[in-house]
Design a protein around this ligand. Structure first.
Ligand code: FES
Ligand SMILES: [Fe+2]
Length: 269
């Protein structure tokens, strides 16, 4: 495992003692980064090893405030994130909970249009000097995991946005092989869009490879085979109707049909 990029620099600001910083270069642009900071919805899904639940209390262009449950300890905290675009930073504060008063200041520096450096400073109240490094390293380790997960999401989303194509050729069809050759799930391209051919019981189903919400990866739901599920914010879609189950008005959109002729499986619009 690579060495943890932790350092300790005494600082003057913040509400508690500065227990250290975490630095990292990220292959993403500012738009993706701000979008990620404001995206409270992904915490208990993409970061499910850190957060087991989240209840939103308030959100806007300023940031968000939510009650979150720590996955390992089971404790609840009210956390608030305030984004300050002019200062290129956001401050995450624990308002209630075991770490009440802790502040995490994240500053972003644009290195190139597609690369950022982030510096995350951790301020924690009631930590005596002898414990600072231990506490700081624990924060840095937690942030390393969160950013590993976020970088994957941000870069995948950017790639998908870059190749998103509207409009389909309704005459398009593609042959995917004979029934005994095909091993599901199988990803294929039709009209420049990625789809997945999969099987639920004896039925073949087709769904888009990407979620209509923010282009996360879709897969058949493990618990309910008639649904697909997205790993990023937990949205679920009914395979029959294509509707999102829940409050969102996202839809799966047009999906190709499966045709089987003499053991050959093809898909068409
Ligand atoms: S990208 Fe948000 S639920 Fe799929
Ligand atoms: Fe995240």
């Amino acid at each position: 495992m690579a060495e943890l990029r932790y350092e300790f620099v005494p600082a003057l600001s913040g509400s508690g003692a500065h227990v250290g910083s975490y630095r990292r270069r990220l292959p993403v642009n500012l738009v993706r980064m701000y979008e990620n900071a404001l995206d409270w919805e992904h915490l208990p899904h993409l970061h499910k090893s850190s957060f087991s639940a989240l209840d939103l209390l308030d959100a806007g262009a300023w940031g968000w405030r939510a009650n979150v449950v720590d996955q390992r300890k089971g404790t609840s905290s009210v956390i608030e994130l305030r984004l300050d675009r002019d200062a290129r930073r956001w401050i995450t504060r624990t308002i209630e909970g075991p770490a009440k008063g802790a502040e995490i200041w994240t500053h972003v520096f644009e290195v190139t249009p597609q690369a950022l450096d982030i510096v995350v400073d951790f301020f924690v109240p009631d930590v005596d000097a002898a414990q600072r490094e231990k506490v700081g390293r624990a924060y840095a380790r937690a942030y390393e995991v969160l950013y590993d997960e976020d970088v994957r999401m941000m870069t995948e989303r950017q790639q998908q946005l870059d190749r998103r194509i509207d409009g389909v050729q309704t005459t398009d069809t593609v042959s995917l092989g004979t029934l005994d050759e095909i091993s599901a799930p199988l990803t294929f391209t039709l009209s420049d869009r990625l789809f997945v051919l999969d099987k639920t019981g004896d039925d073949w189903v087709v769904y888009p490879e990407r979620c209509p919400h923010q282009l996360g990866p879709l897969a058949l739901a493990e618990d309910i085979p008639e649904q697909v599920h997205c790993a990023w914010h937990g949205y679920r879609f009914d395979l029959q109707s294509g509707e999102c189950l829940g409050d969102s008005n996202c839809r799966l959109g047009r999906r190709p049909q499966v045709r089987i002729e003499a053991d050959q499986l093809s898909v068409h619009w």
